[in-house]
Ligand binder design. Structure first.
Ligand code: SF4
Length: 485
């Protein structure tokens, strides 16, 4: 908090707290009376008494989110999907997870969920897909069966999150029959020892049984195997990979575990000196660190195997067509579902593009926006005046920096070969790129180049976070010209 440009922070659930803060600031009364906040009082940081977490009745009575102020109509027309928050927190304590909304698990009443659904459908009749957000939506069989009966009459498709221990054949049949097309399961690992270390109270047998039953019920699955737990060894990691290769039909994702602040494994990493500087770790956006029993060599081997296996086994949709990428990096386009042939439209931030969902059969379609946008980028430069414009701008400069060492830079430099002598350096934030050669240059960290007074033009080829990058450049050197390509 002391490192953030904020005066007040809310701890835990914020709906009541934010109203009390507003009342307090308006009336000029002291903030000490508002429970559940941390605030700056002069040089001092004050944490007030914790706020009592809301009960099931209380969260059921909260007003619906005021989505309208975020131009919701435009979003919902495009995506036709509505998110409903049906529960809060989770009673479990997996070591890699944290509960920002508090420790008490509460579910909304079905009446309140359906009242909200009626409200939104009354306003936006084109909603045709619901995402139910509650980690343990089926923890009570009677309740989930009642939900299935009630939602069936809406004739709408939906997805939800369940634990593998919470479903059986009867529930899955009811879910399928009432419109459920996708279930997200918290699987995480297939080694009993690692599940135990993760404090995940499920077994490999339960995982396999539930996945099989779900496939038999013709419901799509989303789930991940996590690598790199504290107890991970080369044997357990290879066992997970081999299990995954033998069970590709479930299309589970492979990811390395993240040590997010607030988790048990984060505290473990700090306590054991794996994360040395917590503030810097946050500034670096919580990079993956080795908390496992793997040696650094094994750790790097497993990371490469995860990436390699994932790419090899993933069916990328190749006939995706990007219609536009706007100034906020929102990509809009269409693709075709390879399973049911449905045309799937998408419109989402470029940096979040890797999977799109077919709303007809809920198959996840893996897309390679990078490849597509590289192609668009190439065509754009080849067929428009953009290249001539860029060359004209660059000609008048003597010292150019390229920001971004990826494929777009490679393409750009292949066009700008005559200007290459003027390019003093290529910079990139990604440390993995710092040892790589790009057109005879070794990319360096931004901090080493941004305050370069002699540089008179920076060309940013990075799509992700381009606004932030621009701000960062200007904060180091206000005079330099920056262009995004
Ligand atoms: S990972 Fe899932 S089951 Fe585990 S604590 Fe988090 S929400 Fe609960």
């Amino acid at each position: 908090m002391s490192n953030l440009p904020l005066d007040i922070g809310i701890i835990g659930q914020g709906e009541i707290t934010i109203c009390e803060i507003a009342d307090t600031l308006t009336s000029g009364t002291p903030l000490d009376d508002v429970n559940g906040i941390i605030y700056k009082k002069g040089e001092e940081l004050v944490t007030t008494k914790p706020r009592k977490e809301m009960s099931c009745d209380e969260i059921s009575q909260l007003p619906y989110p005021l989505y309208q102020i975020f131009d919701f109509e435009k979003t919902v027309k495009r995506e036709r999907t509505l998110d409903i928050i049906a529960g809060r927190s989770c009673p479990l304590n997996c070591t890699f997870c944290f509960h920002p909304s508090g420790k008490k698990y509460v579910q909304r009443s079905l009446d309140s969920i359906f009242a909200e659904l009626d409200y939104w459908l009354g306003l936006y009749s084109y909603i045709n897909y619901i995402r139910i957000n509650d980690e343990l939506f089926a923890n009570n069989k009677e309740r989930i069966m009642e939900f299935c009966t009630r939602i069936k009459s809406y004739n709408i498709k939906y997805m939800l999150s369940l634990r593998v221990t919470d479903v059986d054949k009867e529930i899955l049949t009811a879910l399928k029959g009432s419109g459920c097309s996708l279930i997200s399961y918290g699987i995480e690992n297939v080694n009993a020892s690692i599940l135990k270390s993760m404090r995940k109270p499920i077994t490999p047998t339960q995982i396999e049984t539930t996945l099989k039953l779900t496939r038999e019920a013709d419901i799509s699955i989303v789930g991940y195997l996590l690598f790199g737990d504290i107890e991970e060894t080369i044997e357990t990691a290879m066992n997970s990979l081999n299990w995954w290769i033998n069970n590709l039909q479930y299309r589970l994702g492979l990811v390395h575990i993240n040590t997010y602040p607030g988790t048990f494994i984060y505290n473990y990493a700090v306590k054991n000196g794996i994360i040395k500087d917590e503030l810097q770790y946050l500034k670096d956006r919580c990079p993956i660190v080795n908390i496992s029993k793997l040696t650094d060599k094994e750790f790097s081997f497993i990371r490469k195997r995860i990436n390699y296996s994932w790419k090899l086994s993933t069916t990328f949709v190749i006939d995706m067509s990007i219609k536009s990428i706007d100034e906020n990096n929102i990509c809009t386009g269409t693709s075709e579902c390879f399973r049911c042939g449905n045309e799937v439209g998408f419109s989402m931030p470029f940096q979040e593009m890797s999977v799109i969902l077919c709303l007809q059969c809920s198959t996840r379609l893996y897309i390679s926006p990078k490849r597509e946008t590289d192609q668009n980028f190439y065509e754009y430069f080849k067929n428009t005046n953009a290249l001539a414009d860029l060359i004209n701008i660059a000609k008048a400069r003597s010292n150019i920096i390229i920001y971004g060492a990826g494929k777009r830079t490679t393409l750009l430099l292949s066009f700008l070969s005559g200007l290459r002598p003027k390019i003093s350096c290529i910079i990139d934030q990604n440390p993995l790129l710092h040892g790589e050669q790009v057109f005879s240059q070794y990319p360096i960290k931004p901090i080493e180049a941004l305050s370069n007074e002699v540089c008179d033009l920076i060309v940013v080829t990075v799509l992700r976070d381009s606004k932030e990058i621009r701000k960062n450049i200007k904060s180091h050197n206000a005079k330099v010209d920056v262009i995004n390509v």
